[in-house]
Design a binder for this molecule. Structure first.
Ligand code: GDP
Length: 513
């Protein structure tokens, strides 16, 4: 939850709203950020400006707006997952000639999960074939009805190319931020959030901090999670040296001992000693948490039902759209008087980082149907303590949900990975069928093991080893470093280059309060 301060009314001063631009790739996020910066900032500057950090401020109608240049909504939600509310308004860009696309939907879901008000910028209206009304219709289907159609969401038509509509966009941002009553106490000790960071060979750890409360000064001691430092120097987004930074301002600071992660909260404390001590305590806590996670204790479906949770948030991923619909239909049928079940995001394809971060931000669970984690998703899930539950049949997932909701979970079937096998050649034998000439790269495969075949994040086979042979002899097991012939039960589509994951299952009693 966002921290609550007991600042008195007189101490509070209006601060700049912080805006993030999100949307589908190529719909014009970068162009729009550039266009706003160029028209609004350059007005008073001599010549063009070079933006030095991933954030900038513009002045419009005597007010200031801060734009964050986050690399994607994963980062946006990563910040949210760490408890930092960074953005006040999310601008979702939709290209008028392309309409709503999968990442538009993702962006909307991320903004909704973070409870950030949404403004829709319908971009590229200069283009032939632009259909701003079609965008409005499609967004209405996502639950965002335009104000001009009697709904509650502001839509602004813009062109990053011709710069049409930018004034209107900024006006609308300011109107929306007035409703939010964004105020902060500049007299307090500074706190904020890291929005980006890097290690600079010449300058050491460099971090961009968005100040959210108080005023940050050169010389202040501060800590961010397990990192601490003393502000040695500060630059504004134009790269100019500054001595202090106010709420709503992004600044680049030098002086951290190590590189803090984006999304980490920053706080000024009375001196270096205190900063180092708090960072040390935080480092220890992180170690304990990591150890607890490794030993299998993490947020899971069971934990969620054990707590007094009123709602369960789910991210659903499946191999085909039909399965998603079927799952949602089944979820809708569950009795939800005690706990309500919300689907915060749904999508077709492997579980990606964005899905995991949405799970983290909403304290939810990812349910994966016939799909597996792809890219960095498994590692991120581990780090964020998000559970990814995999199923191959829908009814099993629904049964588990129902059982968990009724507090009567059956013993859980857990998987133990036992081997990784590479298929190196395919042989066909008349009576036996397709034999995968394989090499065990890791672990030890046994005859009764189960095997899963994943291609591009999709599970194409999940079944049993029907036969395991070495040099035409049946064997009980084959260890890493050895070749073997494998026949998969009821499956002939195995190909050279496939990687098989062998696993066994066992029942574990669930602990329920
Ligand atoms: P991003 O991936 O969302 O950051 O999209 P970019 O800002 O990189 O824009 C993708 C492409 O669309 C680029 O070739 C831009 O020049 C073009 N583009 C962006 N905004 C507009 C616009 O308003 N009108 C036209 N005609 N092209 C645009």
């Amino acid at each position: 939850a966002d921290p609550v301060y007991d600042d008195s009314d007189e101490e509070l001063v209006e601060r700049a709203p912080v805006v993030t631009i999100m949307g589908h790739v190529d719909h014009g996020k970068t162009s729009l950020l550039d266009a706003i910066r160029d028209t609004e900032v350059t007005a008073g500057e001599a010549g063009g400006i070079t933006q030095h950090i991933g954030a900038y401020q513009v002045h419009h109608d005597d007010r200031t707006v801060t734009f964050l240049d986050t690399p994607g909504h994963e980062a946006f939600t990563a910040m949210r997952a760490r408890g930092a509310k960074v953005t006040d308004i999310a601008v979702i860009v939709v290209a008028a000639d392309d309409g709503v696309k999968p990442q538009t939907q993702e962006a909307v879901d991320h903004a909704k999960a973070a409870k950030v008000p949404i403004l829709v910028a319908v971009n590229k209206i200069d283009k032939e074939g632009a259909q701003p009304d079609r965008v409005r219709t499609e967004m209405t289907r996502l639950g965002l009805q335009p104000v001009e159609w009697g709904g509650e969401t502001e839509f602004v038509d813009v062109s990053a190319k011709t710069k049409r509509g930018l004034d209107n966009l900024l006006d609308t941002i300011l109107v929306m931020s007035e409703v939010e009553e964004l105020r902060a106490n500049p007299g307090a000790e500074a706190s904020g959030v890291i929005v980006e960071s890097k290690l600079d060979p010449g300058r050491g750890a460099v971090a961009t901090v968005l100040i959210q409360r108080g005023t940050l000064h050169v010389g202040d001691a501060l800590f961010a999670g397990p990192h601490w430092g003393k502000v040695r120097a500060m630059n504004d987004f134009l790269g100019q040296r500054v001595k202090r930074a106010l709420p709503g301002e992004p600044v680049e600071i030098l002086g951290f001992d190590t590189v803090p992660e984006a999304g980490e909260s920053v706080r000024v404390v009375e001196n270096d000693r205190k900063a180092r001590q708090l960072a040390g305590e935080r480092a220890n806590r992180l170690k304990t948490e990591a150890r607890a996670r490794r030993s299998g204790k993490r947020i899971s479906l069971e934990d969620i039902f054990k707590s007094d949770l009123q709602e369960l948030n789910l991210v659903l991923k499946a191999d085909v759209a039909g399965s998603l619909e079927a799952i949602e239909d089944e979820i809708a049928k569950l009795p939800q008087d005690e706990i309500s079940v919300n689907v915060v995001h749904r999508g077709v394809g492997g579980v990606n980082e964005s899905d995991v971060m949405l799970g983290a931000a909403s304290d939810g669970v990812v349910l994966a149907f016939n799909v597996r984690p792809i890219g960095d998703a498994a590692r991120v899930a581990d780090r964020e303590g998000v559970e990814i539950r995999s199923y191959s049949v829908i009814y099993r997932a629904i049964e588990e949900l129902r059982a968990a909701m009724e507090g009567m979970l059956e013993p859980e079937e857990v998987e133990d990975q036992i081997a990784t096998i590479e298929v190196r050649a395919i042989f066909r034998a008349s009576r036996i069928g397709v034999i995968a000439g394989s090499y065990v790269t890791d672990g030890r495969v046994t005859r009764g093991a189960r095997v899963r075949l994943v291609r591009d994040g999709t599970v194409v086979y999940d079944g049993e080893i029907a036969s395991l042979k070495r040099f035409n002899e049946d064997v009980r097991e084959v260890a890493a470093g050895f070749e073997c012939g494998i026949v998969l039960r009821d499956f002939a589509d195995v190909k050279e280059g496939d990687v098989l994951e062998a696993y066994t299952t066992r029942k574990v009693e669930r602990e329920l309060a």
